[in-house]
Ligand binder design. Structure first.
Ligand code: FES
Ligand code: FES
Length: 160
């Protein structure tokens, strides 16, 4: 069965006919062509597929596309504005929060969601917010520094 999916994607209304069993991750990458959201474990373990659903992190590999009807979904492609990086993107870039970069979109979206809810998170709150994301390269220290730097940039007026 297919159904009409109507929702807001990266700030714009969107309508597509989608099969009932299509995953949000596959919808974003294969139907819409937004490949910033990554497929990692494909089973809810790594966080590479994290997007924001109404500003809260959501694993798109465990979410049916049809389930986001009427909601707002933001992917990593939504963050830069006219070529200017968001606070979190700049944080990861300037504090070397990425190495191979495969996990980075998921970390960036989880971090952006955190700063939208809590603009001045403590180290423990950052660790907790990123607890569902796995990185095989960085050792996490640089990632925590990146999010703290992003919070400072956000305090200076840059969108998360
Ligand atoms: S691909 Fe979704 S949690 Fe790993
Ligand atoms: S930067 Fe390589 S997995 Fe995180």
């Amino acid at each position: 069965m297919a159904r009409l999916l109507e929702f807001t994607l990266n700030g714009r209304p969107r309508a597509d006919a989608v099969p009932d069993n299509l995953l949000l991750l596959d919808y974003l990458r294969e139907v819409v062509g937004l490949t910033g959201t990554k497929t990692g474990c494909d089973g809810g373990e790594c966080g590479a597929c994290t997007v924001l659903l109404d500003d809260r992190p959501r694993l798109s590999c465990l979410t049916l596309a049809a389930a986001v009807a009427g909601h707002r979904v933001d992917t990593v492609e939504s963050l830069a504005n006219d070529g200017r990086l968001s606070a979190v993107q700049r944080g990861f870039h300037e504090k070397l929060g990425a190495q191979c970069g495969y996990c980075t979109p998921g970390f960036i979206m989880a971090s952006a969601g955190l700063l939208r809810r809590n603009p001045r998170p403590s180290d423990d709150e950052i660790r907790e917010a990123l607890g569902s994301n796995i990185c095989r390269c960085t050792g996490y220290v640089k990632i925590i520094e990146a999010v703290k730097h992003a919070a400072a940039l956000h305090a200076g007026g840059l969108a998360p």
